[in-house]
Design a protein around this ligand. Structure first.
Ligand code: ZN
Length: 247
């Protein structure tokens, strides 16, 4: 068995939360009494094909030890405030795991998470405004497994606005575009493959709104975990090659 190979059929989801905003903004605990990581973990916890655990930045090695990652198929990453406090060696460790086939789901303000920036190779910057306006996420790839069961769109009554331009590479697959009441639009569901790993950026989830309690948002998260859990298959051979035909 190779390092990190799944030992059973169930998808091993690791929810990772910076766990800083909960202390800065106690109103978050009205929606998420167990923290954002607790709310996200409960999204996956009752699924017959998943096992979930949670880790936070205040743990040793940010809760992202080699041993933890050996037992992880997908990381669900939420962060907002202290991106620079994840040491580069931990960023490198997670990035290498993604390139080797671990899934990564990047949520909301984690567009600035260094592991996402370094996998994308761009600033991942964007426009924003937080006045609690409504958001409509339009499904633009209705056959994609991440939007199974979602219908045409998701309505959120109150969210932070993120607006284009979003400084990311063009997604391999775009599954959602958001429209905000104030007029902006945003690529809010973006799929990538990097190395053998699948990455999904999903925009909603500002900490002061109960977005992760929305049934459709929860369904997208579960669908995304299933999509991201499988490493991209196929042998890859690199380096010097003998010719197939006589030269
Ligand atoms: Zn936010």
């Amino acid at each position: 068995m190779t390092k990190g190979e799944r030992t059973m059929d169930r998808i091993r989801v690791l929810v990772w939360n910076e766990n800083v905003e909960e202390r800065r903004k106690p109103e978050i605990l009205k929606h998420y009494p167990d923290g954002i990581h607790g709310a996200l973990a409960s999204v996956f916890g009752d699924e017959h094909d998943m096992v979930v655990s949670a880790a936070t930045m205040d743990q040793a090695e940010c809760g992202l030890t080699e041993e933890v990652l050996d037992q992880t198929d997908v990381v669900v990453w939420w962060s907002h405030h202290r991106f620079e406090d994840v040491p580069q060696d931990i960023v490198d460790r997670v990035k290498e795991r993604v390139l080797a086939g671990m899934g990564l789901i990047v949520l909301h303000s984690a567009h600035f998470a260094r592991v996402f920036q370094q996998l994308m190779g761009t600033s991942c910057n964007l426009k924003w405004r937080n006045v609690g306006e409504s958001e409509r996420l339009w499904v633009v790839s209705p056959s994609h497994p991440i939007v199974k069961g979602i219908g045409d769109y998701i309505d959120l009554p109150h969210e932070e606005m993120y607006g284009e331009p979003f400084d990311i590479p063009a997604p391999d697959e775009l599954v959602f575009i958001s429209w905000f009441k104030g007029g902006e639009v945003f690529r809010s569901g973006c799929c990538y493959v990097r190395g053998k790993g699948r990455i999904f950026y999903f925009r909603p989830g500002h900490e002061t709104y109960p977005t992760y309690l929305n049934a459709k948002i929860q369904q997208v998260l579960r669908n995304a975990a299933r999509w991201a859990a499988s490493a991209v298959s196929g042998e890859r051979r690199f380096g010097q090659q003998d010719p197939l035909e006589p030269l």
